[in-house]
Design a protein around this ligand. Structure first.
Ligand SMILES: C[S@@+](CC[C@H](N)C(=O)[O-])C[C@H]1O[C@@H](n2cnc3c(N)ncnc32)[C@H](O)[C@@H]1O
Length: 225
């Protein structure tokens, strides 16, 4: 496993209240702040051509921002929440993006909703900011789905804030974890990179690269072991 440092960015916009609703001002604020650093990493790891699946696409901010930078890639948005599909399609129309398919329903906790590998395999799968507000068991779903529908050289890229060896990596991540826990919603807290690795290992995947991102986030790149 290697480690890479992404370039730093200046973040000045005031942060709205934490709200995991994918159409909330908070999620839009987070997306606008992380989309360029994530794109700079994806520029280095995405193939030139192929197909890429986004899990938990939410409002569709990221997929619509990334797609024009990879014109030979077909992007597939998805979410378990069908009510976000209109937003994904509206952003696609606004940006005149031609390489984004209609969103599909994928619930990471329900295998019956997963795409059939017979319909095509993916070069890459990415997922952004789901773990802070979802159970760590979601990692099992991501790994099992990846093992099923990734091409042999394919990979999964997971972006978010995580703890490392059970500890927040910085005082600001410790504070963020405290804020999430203060809500008393059982699944709202930072998850540990080790737990994601364990889930991946169960499905024949391994952590290949860890990118240290601005404001104490990570991109974790998993591929077949
Ligand atoms: C905080 S939003 C992040 C949305 C988007 N990735 C972003 O960064 O703007 C979390 C998203 O995860 C989705 N989600 C939660 N549980 C899921 C599951 N079990 N399977 C698939 N998507 C799920 C939600 O519907 C929501 O769109």
């Amino acid at each position: 496993m290697s480690e890479t440092q992404a370039s730093d960015v200046q973040i000045s916009d005031p942060r709205p209240c934490i709200d995991p609703n994918p159409l909330s001002p908070y999620v839009a604020w987070a997306g606008n702040r992380n989309k360029d650093p994530i794109l700079s990493v994806f520029n280095g790891i995405f193939p030139k051509t192929g197909s890429v699946l986004e899990l938990a696409s939410g409002a569709g901010l990221h997929i619509n921002y990334f797609a024009p930078h990879f014109p030979e890639i077909r992007f597939q948005p998805s979410d378990k929440d069908l009510s976000v599909f209109e937003s994904i399609k509206a952003k696609r129309a606004e940006a005149a993006n031609k390489n984004i398919s209609d969103p599909i329903a994928i619930d990471l906790t329900d295998e019956t909703t997963w795409p059939d590998p017979k319909d095509g395999l993916y070069d890459a799968i990415f997922v952004i900011n789901i773990f802070q507000v979802a159970p760590v068991s979601i990692a099992e779903g991501i790994a099992a789905l990846g093992a099923k529908i990734l091409k042999p050289e394919g990979f999964i890229a997971i972006y978010g804030p995580f703890t490392l060896n059970g500890k927040p990596t910085t005082p600001s991540n410790l504070a963020f974890d405290g804020e999430l826990r203060a809500t008393a919603v059982p699944d709202w807290h930072l998850k540990d990179i080790g737990d994601l690795e364990q889930a991946a290992n169960k499905h024949g995947l391994a952590l290949k690269q860890r990118f240290d991102m601005p404001v104490n986030n990570f991109i974790l790149q998993f591929a077949r072991a």
